[in-house]
Write a protein that binds this ligand. Structure first.
Ligand code: NOJ
Length: 579
């Protein structure tokens, strides 16, 4: 009966392994022979569906809204990304922005219908754009029928689909004592008492997000069956939410103390037992072999509180890992230089991801402006462009978070008005950032409703949306958006930039970050001035021509081999190609 007793990763997939060779496979038509994998050469664009485009006027983005804006992403006037990743679109009570899934195999009516989804796949594929879904497999919503069945009976077929445990004892007050000291990442104990079963269940996040028991073969079977269903619908891959937490230690031992002075109680434990278990690798291999039944599909796993070493250990061909080391850096050339050096050392031949922003963190332009201590719009645009050069020229697969292509900043939402659930319970004992700030609706135009909605948006627009929006920037050849478009085209056309090795170049000053990318003799050099002063900077020997500059430098102009070394303007980023 106890939750972690099932056979460890018994290969139950045999019974569920269907034949997917005969699936309708629109993605196969997109495959290019000799391609190292589109997920390595292309750029992925993350859409937070609630905030992208609302076609119904209810103030919440939806699938038809996304379809209407696919030309923004692909096609002759599009950004030129390879794939879109949709944060969860499944039916959900929405207590954690859809990361509390009540049905893995359907579309939340808030976002549209299954017909809309099929149309989205078709329209995306027609434009050469692939579609990734977000798989939240560590937990479901407590409203998922699996949990309702599991909660209803200690002996029913789903009894062990979640991690149930008897109390460790009873307080003098009569309160049952949780089985161990594990904590929820969203605050408080990770154990919730259930009066019906008279047992605790585990929840790494909200109490309304009970953790699935991945040691239960039927859970594997049910989830794999569901995943095959999405593959058959033509989905090109998946982002795996907190995938390193899927397995917990079988004996559910308490965690030892961690960093004593860390700010949050969760960080004050060493998470030896509630994530990162050794048998994650065989589980991942099993999962990948199932995904590989449909060729050309990628997965990317979100590392839940892990470092570069863990990311490398879990990276596989076709399976990338989000580590958030880059995302944690301030706007400092020295910090990025250190982190890039560490990543390059650790990853070696393996393929990293490059992430500066996502739906959980402060948007990078806002973070970087805070480091610089500046807020004016000129600096804002200059930082957004220089950061774009960084994101799109480092070695690895870049992930662009919707809105960053126009330099969208954070919004301010006081905790008292927060929608993000942990933000509502934030206190000095439980420090938390409000994730609403990075989820504001996409401003497409400067009109009322910003071209996002005809109704009342579910979150406020950024204060500068009347001037900072897609339509306005599309008309300005010097905008952040125009820079992203140029950069993405240059990246796609330059093998060294999308596939080459990376070598850091010594810089003339603290504020300059420079590196070279090289593939099969083709070379590109990138230099970024993080500071507000000019720097004289000399590229490595060679005959270089400017391919892109966020400063005043003309494309095609020579760099180096001239009597005077070039000056890097404040916040200028440039890319030069040899030849
Ligand atoms: C990570 C997701 O990125 C975050 O948004 C979510 O709240 C947690 N996982 C729980 O699913």
């Amino acid at each position: 009966m106890s939750p972690a007793q099932g056979p460890v990763l018994a290969d139950s997939s045999q019974s569920a392994r269907g034949n997917v060779a005969d699936v309708t496979d629109p993605a196969a038509a997109l495959a290019r022979p000799g391609d190292p994998g589109w997920w390595r050469t292309g750029v992925v664009y993350q859409i937070y569906p609630r905030s992208f485009a609302d076609s119904t006027g209810d103030g919440v983005g939806d699938l038809p809204g996304i379809i209407e804006h696919l030309d923004h992403l692909a096609g002759p006037d599009g950004l030129g990304v390879e794939a879109i990743w949709l944060s969860p679109i499944y039916p959900s009570p929405g207590l954690d922005g859809g990361y509390d899934v009540a049905d893995y195999s359907a579309i939340d009516p808030l976002f549209g219908s299954m017909d809309d989804f099929d149309r989205l796949i078709k329209e995306a594929h027609r434009r050469g754009l692939r579609v990734l879904l977000d798989l939240v497999l560590n937990h479901t919503s407590d409203r998922h029928p699996w949990f309702e069945a599991s909660r209803a009976s200690r002996t029913g077929p789903e009894a062990d689909w979640y991690i149930w445990r008897d109390p460790a004892g009873t307080h003098r007050s009569g309160r049952p004592i949780p089985p161990n000291n594990w904590l929820s990442f969203f605050g408080g104990s990770a154990w919730q008492w259930d009066e019906g079963r008279r047992q605790f269940y585990l929840h790494t996040f909200l109490a309304q997000q009970p953790d699935l028991n991945w040691r239960e073969p039927f859970v594997q079977e049910a989830v794999f069956g569901m995943v095959r269903g999405w593959l058959r619908r033509g989905v090109d891959g998946f982002r795996l939410d907190v995938f390193n937490a899927l397995l917990k230690s079988s004996d559910l031992a308490s965690n030892p103390p961690g960093r004593r002075l860390a700010r949050s109680p969760w960080q004050r434990q060493r998470h030896l037992h509630d994530k990162d278990q050794a048998d994650l690798l065989p589980l991942l291999a099993l999962f990948r072999s199932m995904v590989d039944e449909a060729p050309g599909r990628m997965t990317v796993g979100e590392l839940f509180a892990g470092d570069i070493g863990q990311a490398v250990a879990l990276t596989r061909p076709g399976h990338l890992v989000f580590d958030f080391e880059l995302l944690g850096q301030p706007w400092s050339a020295a910090s990025f230089r250190r982190t890039i050096a560490e990543r390059e050392r650790a990853f070696g031949e393996a393929w990293p991801t490059v992430v500066l922003s996502n739906h959980d963190q402060s948007r990078h332009v806002s973070r970087f402006l805070r480091t610089l201590g500046r807020q004016d719009q000129r600096t804002h645009d200059a930082v957004a462009k220089a950061a774009a050069v960084l994101l799109l020229t480092l070695r690895g697969t870049p992930f662009v978070y919707y809105g960053e292509e126009i330099g969208l900043p954070d919004i301010r939402v006081p905790n008292a008005l927060a929608i993000d659930p942990p933000a509502r319970r934030a206190s000095w004992r439980f420090p938390w950032w409000n994730r609403d700030r990075c989820r504001s609706p996409m401003p497409w135009t400067g009109d009322p409703g910003a071209g996002f909605t005809t109704g009342r948006p579910w979150l406020p627009f950024s204060p500068d949306h009347v001037t900072r929006n897609v339509a306005r920037q599309a008309e300005d050849s010097d905008s952040v958006l125009a820079t992203y478009r140029r950069l993405l085209r240059l990246r796609a056309a330059t093998p060294a930039l999308h596939g080459g090795g990376l070598r850091l170049i010594p810089s003339p000053g603290e504020d300059v970050l420079a590196y070279e990318r090289e593939l099969d003799g083709g070379r590109a050099v990138v230099a970024i001035n993080f500071g507000l002063r000019r720097f004289v900077w000399a590229p490595p020997p060679g005959s270089w021509k400017v391919a892109l500059s966020t400063g005043p430098r003309a494309v095609g102009s020579p760099l180096g081999d001239t009597p005077r070394a070039p000056q890097l303007e404040p916040l200028e980023a440039l890319i030069a190609l040899e030849g």
